[in-house]
Design a protein around this ligand. Structure first.
Ligand code: AHR
Length: 539
């Protein structure tokens, strides 16, 4: 084989024994073309190789990598999660049943709230007590709409209980005080007698909640106060000191991380918090949106140039995680500080005719590829990345769910999260991938993207993204120390690059059984469509 033209992605491994199973994966030229594997192999000389070190895994893929984010923005909370108890839309204590049911299916592990930029102007005491008496405020970031505070602390924690997920609360540093955040922690978690705990009881909740994850501000380099890292680092140290571990509730304190490639921010935060590591800075939270390019278009109005550019920007997350991790390693070689990518995703122009500040966008097969490759990157960096929260859960940016009054649909991105849930808390298996480039005009990116894991029952799952919308290629894969007895799979793809679900046609794109493979001895030959996300299960 001539690999000189192939791009190599690998996770370093030291191994000697090799080759138990050989898997050939053939990528098809176009969606809908059905070749036999042999025919495809004959037709294409291009070869991709994948080695899955099934004998090597040691890191666990934290299920919180599959986390979510919800903000008081547009229709994420109001109309998305919350309809109120008197709504004709079926609800439990005001929270939509259909949305809860859909998110339980993907085993949502953690939900971040109340922002986002909103967090740094949110005053939590406005959102407790009898709803009719709660004061209103102006949501200055997101359309200057009136926020009635009907969805507050009790409602959010009720939502998390209904979802069966961990809450992650982001405190207000930009326009709040240390005391305000300290009181919030006391209100929620203290089981003794205190002004805040007594207030909680008065508002109908006798027992404290357990809330582990607390963010100290959001994007404090931007909407959270336009701070310099040196200034924020000092503020962080102060806030993190006064928010207390109460009644056995140990806080996981998360500092605002850098924007994109602001490596200076990471350097300063890691340096200035070194002395207070133990329990005082458990996580650092970078943000990265892969945008929609210079010509911002609505999600569905794309051509191949947009497709290519979007995926190229999405792949940049690998470089970001690698470089920020390297800085963190310098100060924290034992990796005690988690990288918490608590906002990520595709940010397109809003759907025509909708409020530009509500960030309502459709979600296509392209977004599914963005999700698939990004989750693969996080899986492969799970030694450092312990949580990630896609923005945002319902009706905002790269959403799982879209609602329109009583109607609800799930998006291609939702389906990727559903397919990838096999990786939750599984052992990461190091992979080596050599693959062809997907070329567009003068540019190129690797055509394939992969991660693999072994679950507690011993099953191996390989999630593969074929980013190329129309080119065939061949992959041969070695699975170390594993003899495949049974293989099954699921695929998410469609004929059109912009395939998406609508309220009138909610099943345009969804995963289906994938069985275009042959297992012969130790050789699995399989055919994958172009522009697809595939998850293989090997027993
Ligand atoms: O998710 C939308 C916004 O993007 C968030 O409020 C902010 O943190 C980020 O800039």
């Amino acid at each position: 084989m001539d690999y000189t033209k192939l791009r190599k992605w690998s996770v370093p491994i030291t191994t000697s024994k090799r080759v138990v199973a050989l898997v050939s994966i053939v990528l098809l030229a176009g969606c809908g073309s059905i070749y036999t594997a042999d025919a495809a192999q004959e037709k294409s000389k291009a070869v991709n190789t994948l080695v899955v070190h099934a004998d090597k895994g040691k890191e666990t893929i934290n299920r919180n990598i599959y986390g979510h984010f919800s903000e008081h923005l547009g229709r994420c909370i109001y109309g998305g999660f919350w309809v109120g108890e008197d709504s004709p839309i079926p609800n439990t204590r005001g929270i939509r049943n259909d949305v809860v049911e859909a998110l339980r299916k993907i085993k949502i592990p953690v939900l971040r709230w109340p922002g986002g930029c909103f967090a740094d102007e949110y005053h939590w005491k406005d959102g407790i007590g009898p709803r009719k008496k709660r004061p209103t405020m102006v949501n200055t970031h997101w359309g200057q709409v009136t926020e009635n505070n009907h969805f507050g602390t009790h409602e959010f924690l009720d939502l998390c209980e209904q979802l069966g997920c961990e809450p992650y609360i982001c405190g207000n540093v930009g326009s709040g005080t240390v005391q305000e955040m300290q009181h919030w922690v006391e209100y929620i978690t203290f089981d003794g007698k205190s002004p805040m705990a007594n207030l909680r009881r008065k508002n109908g909740r006798a027992e404290p909640w357990k809330v582990k994850y607390w963010g100290v501000g959001n994007e404090n380099w931007g909407c959270g106060g336009r701070m310099r890292p040196e200034y924020y680092a000092d503020l962080y140290r102060r806030f993190a000191t006064y928010v207390r571990d109460l009644s056995g509730n140990q806080l996981f304190r998360i500092a605002c991380g850098p924007r994109r490639d602001d490596y200076h921010w990471t350097e300063v935060l890691m340096r200035e918090t070194q002395h207070m590591r133990k329990g005082r800075m458990a996580g650092l939270a970078p943000h990265y949106y892969c945008g929609s390019g210079k010509v911002k278009r609505p999600a569905t109005q794309i051509d191949e140039e947009d497709w290519f550019a979007q995926l190229q920007r999405a792949l940049f997350i690998d470089e970001l995680v690698t470089k920020h991790s390297a800085i963190m390693d310098k100060y924290d070689p034992k990796k005690t500080v988690a990288m918490i990518v608590d906002e990520w995703g595709a940010w397109h122009a809003v759907e025509p005719g909708t409020n530009p500040r509500f960030l309502y966008q459709q979600n296509t097969l392209r977004d599914a590829l963005v999700a698939g490759l990004t989750l693969n990157v996080f899986n492969n960096h799970c030694d450092r990345v312990k949580m990630a929260n896609i923005a945002q859960t319902v009706n905002v940016l790269q959403a799982m769910i879209l609602t329109k009054d009583e109607k609800m649909i799930v998006t291609p991105t939702y389906h990727v999260f559903e397919m990838y849930k096999v990786h939750h808390d599984a052992t990461l298996l190091p992979v080596e991938l050599q693959c062809e480039d997907y070329r567009f005009a003068e540019k190129k990116i690797p055509a394939l993207n992969v991660s693999a894991s072994r679950d507690k029952a011993g099953r191996i799952h390989i999630s593969l993204c074929n980013l190329d919308p129309g080119k065939s290629s061949v992959v041969t894969c070695e699975l170390m120390s594993v003899k495949a007895k049974k293989v099954s799979g699921r695929v998410l793809t469609a004929k059109a690059m912009n395939a998406h679900n609508t309220f009138d046609n909610p099943q345009v794109i969804h995963p289906v059984a994938f069985n275009d493979f042959k297992l012969k001895g130790d050789v699995l030959t399989t055919t994958l469509p172009a522009k697809s996300v595939v998850v293989l299960e090997i027993e």
